[in-house]
Unconditional design. Sequence first.
Length: 219
Amino acid sequence: MTKIALFGATGTIGTRVLHEALRRGHEVTAVVRDPARFPDSAGGATAVVRGDVLDPASVAEAAAGHEVVVSAFGPGSGDPAALVTAARSLIGGVRSLGTDAPAPRVVVVGGAGSLRTPGGPMVWDEAGFPAPVLALMHAHGDALDFLRTVPVEEVRWTCLSPAAQIAPGERTGTYRLGLDGLVVDEEGRSRISTEDFAVALVDEIERDAHAGRRFTVAH
């Protein structure tokens, strides 16, 4: 059993991560801006506390006593640059806990834009993405660039990028792994259900197989 603090627990991905972790017997604290508005449909968390992933002091308070901090935070219709702020806040908050006890690991939900396609260019270099989508892709990339400056000896971090297409669907419990390259099937498609993405993320919590790096998953 692992004690997990989960930011973004009410989102599309965060809800699946919450349920997947709970079904495996982990303790999950949902960290939300307003606990009173935590929906019953996303319930089941071991605890629900107030917190803000954009505030390092709030991150530190929520992370204390936990073994893993997960961020499934997304800016929604807000400024994509908040993703970079969140990454810095997560690392800063965990660092501030000191060395009296083992620091929590940090697992961040990343983006697919900075993955390299089988043909060579990055996903975000392909044609057809509208400006708001590109801005979100590059913000995820900037957050990853920051994480890569963090020595794993100081904070044991991991970033998990989804396939090019991710949407609610079936939980099969299976997926294929990649690192910085987009994982595609025989027809060149890259996709995964949010349910199986959550499976992969909780697997990483349990296995700690990609410390200090980004990896990706797809069907």
